[in-house]
Design a protein around this ligand. Structure first.
Ligand code: PNS
Length: 179
């Protein structure tokens, strides 16, 4: 080894970028908690809002992105959190963004079947991208966007389940709380 070798600064380690994808129609406290906890594991977390999920949606892609932006922090423990929309295949988007991990939250065992199918398909398409599962916090285990919309539509109080921005958006859409 020469003196030059010793003085050459070593290359900084690659930034660990993860994608947390979803429909986020709308984002709720369970999603926010997963994003916050995932951010403690990576250098950059991209919360990626899929534009065209095959389910009936309440909010447009732009609205869903804006609600995610107003619900998650911009940094957590030094991890930058970026919010973007994406279309097309998730693994292609992950490759474009230089991400090596996909983060998904798991609630009950009922999530597992769908998640394992998606994970194996994504691995078939792109073996370099790993899927990382975070177990939901117990207090959020019963939350889902569809249930929250149903409660909001029926006039129930959803303020404790979503961010203030999402509560406002749901109340605007379905009308304020009714007895
Ligand atoms: O919040 P959701 O609806 O559970 O999120 C599902 C999502 C958006 C992660 C999934 O539908 C997805 O990755 N869509 C992008 C299109 C794609 O890559 N489909 C093949 C997945 S195996």
């Amino acid at each position: 080894m020469t003196e030059d070798d010793l003085s050459t600064p070593s290359r900084p380690p690659a930034r660990r970028i993860a994608i947390y994808p979803g429909s986020f129609d709308p984002i709720h406290n369970g999603h926010i908690d997963i994003a916050r906890r995932a951010a403690t594991l990576f250098d950059e977390l991209i919360v990626a809002v899929y534009d065209r999920p095959s389910k009936s949606l309440q909010f447009s892609p732009e609205e869903r992105i804006a609600l995610v932006r107003s619900s998650v922090a911009e940094t957590v423990d030094g991890c930058k959190i970026v919010v973007e929309g994406f279309s097309g295949l998730l693994v292609h988007y992950a490759r474009r963004r230089g991400a090596r991990a996909i983060v998904r939250g798991l609630r009950a065992v009922t999530d597992f079947e769908n998640e394992s199918q998606m994970t194996l398909m994504n691995r078939y398409l792109e073996s370099e991208v790993e899927t990382v599962f975070l177990m939901t916090s117990l207090r959020n285990a019963y939350l889902s966007s569809s249930l929250i919309k149903e409660v909001a539509r029926g006039g129930g109080d959803i303020a404790g389940l979503v961010s203030p921005a999402v509560a406002e958006a749901l109340n605007e859409r379905f009308g304020p709380e009714r007895p």
